[in-house]
Design a binder for this molecule. Structure first.
Ligand code: T4K
Length: 383
């Protein structure tokens, strides 16, 4: 049997931002300096908006200073109120944006395979106060978009998707941002495509564009008219220029991640008790994947150690993993008292939150690093 693998010299994190050459970015900064135009619909902003419409295959798109503000505005733009059915297995931003709109989040259990909102359990949570369903396409796996659409149509509900994890994903050849009424993409530094901080909304209804753009710019219509209580959600020129530089090298990053994903798959699938639960599985041939995250589930009975033990053991080898998404949002002090937060109603979400672990995946990771991480996991299992 092979000996104990050596620790990594420097910590390996779950992600490392994709950075263009500094010279390329400086060239774009020079254009900004010359224009003396730093924000409010500048040239870089408008260029990135059109580039992203093509990249994401969507008919309408509005850029934002971050994904959370974008999602807050999506709820406003659709005039949501009362209750919105969502998932507890997500980043805190998802339920928080509802509360910032005076809406009560109602947590629905998740599907064991996709880790997304369980379509079969949505209908029983609908009340006269329900105004929408807010799904999250977790770790690159799309929600059951057709099933959700059917329910929403039948009950007259709006559909919003938190698409923070699915940049570039397509379903049946269509950009994932074309499903539902509005989708939100996050461009945070930890995402495959990023603008350091940033995000966007995508939508099919062209009439929404004006309302969304008013809402992200204080509701200002012109010098003398403010027509709604908007907020400041604008992406500035420095962010947009970074996005343009990043998009130019994105394809290479996707290919590198694809290779690494394959390496993980080859080595992890043979470790008993560890299964990959991110990206697209063989059962989803209609989905174009994006390789945003490498997330595994740890089955204690088979692996011999639980998720927390693996998380701590990996740290000793300088592999800094994350327990996304533990704890569940339904366990936060601000949501724990909600009726829908009861563990009895969320069995799958509670089981999965205790078993998931996010491993390093980014283009700058080498194939041998990915192989070594798998060897370390094997070694931890055996000792
Ligand atoms: N909805 C969902 C489903 C989301 O996942 C998110 C964000 C949102 C909504 C909100 O979108 P934004 O408003 O953020 O646009 C990170 C990100 O900050 C967050 O954007 C992301 N989801 C979430 C899944 O991950 P943290 O608190 O875990 O980040 P942090 O700082 O611990 O970073 C993770 C690792 O990445 C670090 O261990 C090291 C590495 N890293 C991080 C940064 C910031 C770098 O190497 N360089 C960096 O600049 O939330």
């Amino acid at each position: 049997m092979a000996g104990e693998p050596a620790s990594f010299e420097k910590p390996l994190y779950i992600s490392s931002p994709l950075l263009p050459s500094i010279d390329d970015y400086v060239e774009k900064l020079k254009e900004i300096w010359q224009s003396r135009w730093l924000t409010n619909n500048g040239a870089q902003h408008n260029k990135l908006e059109s580039m992203l419409m093509k990249q994401l295959k969507v008919p309408n798109l509005s850029l934002f200073n971050n994904g959370t503000i974008a999602l807050i505005i999506a709820c406003r733009a659709l005039r949501l109120s009362g209750e919105v059915i969502t998932t507890p297995f997500t980043f805190p931003a998802t339920p928080h944006v509802l509360v910032w709109n005076g809406i009560v989040p109602v947590f629905c259990d998740i599907d064991e395979q996709t880790l997304n909102i369980d379509t079969k359990k949505i209908e029983m949570l609908i009340t006269p106060k329900t105004s929408a369903i807010l799904g999250v396409h977790v770790f690159g796996r799309p929600c059951d978009v057709y099933g959700i659409e059917k329910i929403a149509k039948f009950y007259g509900l709006k559909v919003i998707y938190d698409a923070a994890h699915v940049f570039n994903v397509e379903i049946d050849g269509k950009g994932i941002g074309t499903f539902g009424d509005i989708s939100m993409f996050s461009f945070h530094a930890t995402k495959m495509f990023h603008t350091a901080e940033g995000g966007c909304l995508t939508f099919n209804d062209p009439d929404l564009k004006k309302r969304i753009d008013f809402l992200k710019n204080f509701g200002i219509k012109n010098e003398e008219e403010v027509i709604m209580p908007g907020i400041n959600g604008k992406m500035n020129e420095l962010q947009a220029a970074l996005g343009i530089s990043v998009i130019e090298i994105l394809e290479q990053e996707i290919q590198k991640r694809k290779t690494l994903f394959g390496v993980y798959k080859e080595h992890i699938n043979i470790i008993d008790g560890i299964t990959i639960c991110s990206g697209v599985s063989e059962t989803m041939p209609q989905v174009l994947p994006n390789y945003q995250y490498m997330v595994v589930r740890v089955n204690k009975q088979i692996f011999g150690k639980n998720r927390n033990e693996l998380h701590s053991a990996l740290k000793k080898y300088n592999v800094i993993t994350r327990k996304y998404f533990y704890p569940l949002c339904s366990e936060y002090a601000c949501y724990r008292q909600h009726y829908s937060s009861s563990k009895v109603h969320l069995p799958a979400a509670n089981t999965i939150a205790d078993e998931v672990l996010c491993l390093p995946l980014y283009g700058a990771l080498s194939v041998s690093d990915a192989e070594k991480i798998c060897d370390i996991i094997k070694y931890i299992k055996e000792h």
